[in-house]
Design a protein around this ligand. Structure first.
Ligand SMILES: [Zn+2]
Ligand SMILES: [Zn+2]
Length: 283
């Protein structure tokens, strides 16, 4: 396994662990009575190692939250009991119904580029969280509150952030991305900027993205502006019947991610204009 970097203490009892592969940010928040991990890594092996590293810092009972259903954030869940893992209701559903399909896709994608991780993903049992969030829940860790918030759809339909109000630290999951463009494959590009608005209103001092370096509210605000511009261009292109492939991609994001975002936006706009979610009878 690629070596992990060490825990970095962002504030007293609030840690981030940059984890390879994928430069994932694993969070750890300690209270007086309990501790919680934010994300569990891409495989059971990773999850076990992350739990071991957490236990090197604390003997408190340990739970976790999954920021969303992408494998790099939750395939390590098997290192803990489902009953102590939180996620959005849809994250748990996606993992239960589609987790093995995601696992197969990831294995085939990684097999040539990172065979070791592919093998670890293959050896992981997918564990669907047992504690479900719809909108928001306060977790009392003992002398410390962590609020888990689903601010709306964005990177996926099940993003959850962890807000440590006492220290003004936001674990944002992949709703905020540093060092690479945001990932749009399962995204809701038209809603994403609006979902960042309530998080900006929290006025965080530190924002821990799902991947990359710890940033601040100004970085998140810039990403919101870029996402808003993309959403506006997509709406305009759709109105003008501009094909996504011909789209004049004049956005803050590189061509390929921007194209993916525009395709996602178009399919959502098409669904909205035709009611395509409802199956229609021919004729
Ligand atoms: Zn993701
Ligand atoms: Zn991710």
């Amino acid at each position: 396994m690629a070596p992990a970097l060490a825990w970095q203490e962002l504030a007293q009892g609030v840690f981030v662990l940059p984890w390879e592969p994928f430069r994932l940010n694993v969070g750890l928040v300690l209270g007086q009575e309990r501790a919680i991990l934010i994300d569990t890594g891409a495989s059971l092996d990773a999850g076990r190692e992350i739990v071991k590293l957490a236990k090197s810092l604390t003997e408190l009972p340990l739970g976790a939250v999954n920021s969303h259903d992408h494998f790099d954030h939750c395939f390590g869940n098997g290192a803990l009991d489902a009953e102590v893992i939180w996620s959005h209701r849809l994250c748990a559903e996606h993992l239960r119904w589609d987790g093995e399909e995601q696992q197969r896709e990831v294995i085939s994608q990684l097999r040539s580029t990172d065979p070791e991780t592919a093998e670890q993903v293959a050896a992981s049992t997918i564990v669907s969280p047992g504690c479900l969030i719809d909108d928001e829940v306060d977790l009392d860790l003992g002398e410390r509150l962590v609020t888990l918030i689903h601010p709306g759809r964005g990177h996926t339909d099940n993003d959850v952030v962890a807000w440590v109000a006492g220290e003004r630290i936001l674990f944002a999951g992949d709703l905020v991305e540093e060092g690479a463009p945001p990932s749009f494959e399962d995204s809701f590009p038209l809603e994403w900027p609006d979902s960042l608005a309530p998080l900006l209103a929290l006025d965080p001092d530190k924002v821990v993205p799902g991947h990359g370096a710890v940033v601040d509210a100004a970085f998140m605000r810039r990403q919101q502006v870029d996402l808003q511009q993309l959403a506006d261009l997509a709406r305009k292109g759709f109105r003008n019947s501009q094909r996504p492939a011909e789209f004049d991609v004049d956005t803050a994001f590189p061509g390929r991610p921007a194209q993916t975002a525009i395709r996602r936006a178009y399919s959502q706009l098409t669904a909205a204009s035709t009611g395509a979610w409802v199956e229609r009878q021919p004729g």
